[in-house]
Design a binder for this molecule. Structure first.
Ligand SMILES: Cc1ncc(COP(=O)(O)O)c(C=O)c1O
Length: 421
């Protein structure tokens, strides 16, 4: 069981929702930092342990910068994510570039920043060399175990996944990179997403440790770091429990001592690219109830829509909802909680027991701090909401203003700019 927390009291949040245009996102900076520190602390035994925060989870420079001050790196998957990371002063070994189907200009920028480049395919070795006119001294490969592992519901079966180098190709990747002059090698994988069962992570570590030994034997390459990817889940449902990171850490250490130390590969740096687990629980979507309607079912219509938070519509994900000021009332009404898009799946919750809701009530949608605002979009010309940061001293900062109509039309050319005449 996990307890749902709010960053402020119900009264303070209600006041805020009257003061600021809704919907908006609110992140709790100190809770994010404490969470990051606790994650790192679990792995204090691991040589040079570091998390590279997955920028895609929450691409806001203020949050990235707060994490970077704590020693976090970043995992980037695109050119704009690289540019955002550069903008907060990150470069070199503080960036891992884990992309797929990568355009040449993105590899160029990653190299220019000195980022660790993580290649998704064996053909990308030549593509990267052609693009840069050289081959990097540090390289990492993303491994896809295929039939050797099962994935989970969100990430799917590895055999069906477009990512990574196969078991049959992986040794050749390191051989070729070594021939091209690479001196420092990494090994990456990501086979689970939003996983709460720690054994998945332990088994991933076992797989990578054993693969390090195989690579050493068959390619004559000593891996310097393994990248365990992201994918640590958070307890979205009240009945869920967070992943037992103490268990994960202890079991990984046992495997490290059993597999890595005797093989002479110690010290082997261990890194993660966790995003969701760091910011997810400490981001909140605050929205007002516009209408409560009784049709064949009862509906609570919010001023937020799936354009603000797509996860429930995309994955059928559960996000807990608190009706501010009514938490202690009987949850004896069953509602679908919707947005206003012309899409019937624009629903934050289906058949959710809630207290009696009225127009004007304010709701908080929990666990929206990762893959939340970031996945927003403009369908129905909906404008993206603002993001605010609650600071340790209780002050609140605007860290991304809401999109305006002018932003929305900024890329349009009403006059039809001549391209070919
Ligand atoms: C390559 C890679 N690394 C890291 C992450 C972050 O995953 P999470 O935020 O679930 O930890 C993702 C998520 O899609 C990913 O694709």
């Amino acid at each position: 069981m996990s307890k749902r927390t709010l960053p402020l009291g119900h009264g303070e949040l209600l006041e805020l929702a009257m003061e600021l245009p809704t919907p908006f996102y609110l992140y709790d900076e100190q809770a994010i930092i404490d969470n990051y520190r606790a994650f790192k602390e679990h792995f204090s035994w691991a040589p040079n342990f570091k998390n590279y925060f997955a920028v895609k989870a929450c691409p806001n420079p203020t949050i990235i910068s707060a994490l970077a001050k704590e020693g976090s790196g970043v995992d980037c998957s695109s050119l704009p994510e690289l540019l955002l990371s550069e903008a907060v002063g990150l470069k070199g070994d503080d960036i891992v570039f884990t992309s797929n189907d990568t355009p040449a200009n993105e590899f160029k920028k990653a190299y220019e920043l000195g980022a660790i480049i993580n290649l998704d395919d064996i053909t990308h070795i030549q593509f990267l060399e052609n693009t840069l006119g050289l081959f990097p001294e540090t390289i990492c490969f993303r491994y896809n175990p295929g039939p050797e592992r099962t994935g989970n519901a969100i990430i799917g079966n590895p055999v069906e996944a477009k990512y990574g180098v196969t078991s049959a190709q992986i040794i050749d990747c390191y051989r070729i990179a070594k021939e091209k002059g690479t001196k420092r090698f990494g090994l990456h994988t990501m086979v689970a997403s939003n996983e709460l069962d720690g054994t998945y992570i332990v088994e991933t570590a076992r797989m990578l440790f054993e693969l390090c030994v195989r690579i050493r034997k068959e390619a004559g390459v000593a891996i310097s770091f393994i990248d365990m990817g992201g994918g640590i889940g958070i307890p979205y449902r009240p009945e869920d429990s967070p992943m037992d990171l103490g268990f994960v850490s202890r079991e990984m250490k046992k495997l490290y001592d059993k597999i890595i130390v005797p093989s002479g590969l110690d010290p082997l740096t261990i890194i993660f690219e966790v995003g969701r687990m760091i910011t997810g629980p400490y981001g909140y979507l605050v929205s007002k109830v516009l209408h409560v309607t009784e049709k064949y079912k009862d509906y609570v219509g919010l001023d937020a829509s799936m354009a603000d938070l797509m996860r429930p519509a995309l994955y059928g994900s559960y996000h807990h909802i608190t009706v501010l000021g009514k938490d202690r009332e009987e949850h004896d009404h069953i509602y679908d909680v919707t947005g206003s898009l012309c899409e019937n799946n624009d629903k934050f919750a289906i058949d959710r027991p809630l207290p009696k809701v009225e127009a004007g009530d304010v709701v908080v949608i929990h666990d929206a701090g990762a893959h939340g605002h970031a996945m927003g979009f403009n369908y129905n010309a909906k404008l993206r909401s603002a993001e605010y940061l609650l600071k340790k001293d209780g002050s609140i900062r605007l860290i991304r203003r809401a999109q305006t109509y002018d932003d929305y039309v900024a890329t349009l050319r009403f006059d039809g700019a001549p391209v070919r005449i």
